[in-house]
Design a protein around this ligand. Structure first.
Ligand code: SF4
Ligand code: SF4
Length: 366
């Protein structure tokens, strides 16, 4: 049986991990003009961390050399550094790379200035803009009419635009308001995406475990990480991570997170980080089967790991794995038997298919 993963980022091809990174993300800063209670990176006006603009420029050039087609900027609020972001967007375009950014839209305080800012971004080459907006942003001070103005201007000037809402515990009254607002965005031609609350940053302090989608879900029921294989992200402190990385900000601060850390913007070339990703057995298993893959392997490879009984998200597994010495030692043992582990992994995936347990939709076993 041959394994094929039909994904923009083929993860497995034959016996070797094959990964094609499509995007480099920059969590440009943790500074933000809002302080939302669900913020997974604990951004706030008091935070000062940001990436060095010259270092980001070098990576954009390298991304172009490596054939990576897209860069994205988020935070925090990246547009607090409007001139720098403009420069990077221009640089990306000059290198034939498309770019996008995530914003809370709070900079839209007058129609005229919004129009001119969006024109500047468009002229610089920005491809698309994603606006984060939900009940928590509104509570923190974001205004629906500002979001509508931005959407209208983006539409007028030909920049792709979408709204992302984080779904969390909400009173009925607030749910009614946000649903009405989202319908309003749709009426002016803007699609929205709903994502789960992520148990990291401010959210992990402000919400209880039962507020998350996966609260009380046994580890065996949580499958793949879809975040690995298409995007690598630089955190605002320069660390390179193997996914969208938002859930990893706390972890990088609190643990010696060698399991997931691929490098640092000030020390390593991007190419080196991507090579580390390709050789990382942990990430390959996580991308293909998720936490259940480790539990299945654990039945055959002896270990003394105190496995977590329930998880709030797949990312919680990374937090557990990065913080467990026993897990690290066991993984080193698996590394020594990589070929055997790899073939066992394929069998596991086939078993999951037979059980009808969903796994990474990008992964097709043939
Ligand atoms: S969720 Fe977005 S807008 Fe809110 S504090 Fe975090 S980065 Fe800022
Ligand atoms: S499961 Fe781990 S690797 Fe995947 S997105 Fe979450 S933190 Fe990143």
């Amino acid at each position: 049986m041959v394994t094929v993963i039909k994904n923009k980022a083929n993860i497995l091809d034959g016996n070797e991990p094959k990964i094609r990174i499509e995007q480099v993300g920059f969590l440009y800063t943790y500074k933000c003009n809002l302080q939302c209670k669900h913020c997974c990176v604990s951004a706030s006006p008091m935070r000062i961390e940001k990436l060095d603009s010259a270092a980001v420029s070098k990576i954009i050039d390298e991304a172009a050399q490596l054939g990576i087609p897209h860069v994205s900027f988020s935070g925090g609020e990246p547009l607090l550094y409007f001139d720098e972001i403009m420069k990077h967007v221009q640089q990306a375009r000059g290198n034939g790379i498309s770019s996008s950014l995530v914003t809370n839209g709070v900079w839209c305080n007058a129609k005229e200035s919004t129009e001119s800012k969006i024109r500047l971004l468009k002229d610089a080459g920005l491809t698309s803009l994603e606006i984060s907006y939900d009940n928590f942003h509104r509570e923190a001070g974001a205004k629906v009419e500002h979001i509508k103005t931005i959407i209208t201007e983006c539409k007028k000037q030909g920049i792709g635009v979408g709204v992302k809402r984080v779904k969390g515990p909400t009173k009925n009254k607030d749910r009614f308001i946000i649903e009405k607002e989202l319908r309003g965005f749709k009426e002016i031609g803007c699609e929205f995406q709903v994502v789960d609350l992520s148990p990291s940053g401010a959210a992990s302090v402000n919400f209880s475990p039962t507020d998350y989608r996966y609260a009380k879900v046994p580890i065996e029921k949580i499958t793949e990480c879809e975040g690995i294989g298409t995007i690598v992200t630089y955190l605002a402190n320069g660390t390179l991570m193997p996914c969208c990385a938002d859930p990893l900000v706390d972890m990088d601060r609190d643990h010696d997170c060698t399991l997931l850390r691929l490098g640092n913007i000030y020390e390593d070339k991007l190419e080196v980080g991507i090579k580390r990703l390709k050789n990382n057995l942990y990430l390959s298993i996580l991308a293909i089967l998720g936490p259940i893959g480790f539990k299945l392997l654990a039945e055959e490879y002896p270990n003394h790991i105190a496995w977590p009984e329930v998880l709030r998200s797949t990312c919680d597994f990374c937090v557990f794995a990065a913080g467990s010495d026993e897990f690290g030692e066991w993984l080193s043992e698996l590394e020594k038997n990589k070929t055997e582990v790899w073939s066992r992994l394929r069998e596991c995936s086939e078993v999951l298919n037979r059980w009808g347990i969903a796994h990474n939709p990008h992964v097709v076993w043939m």
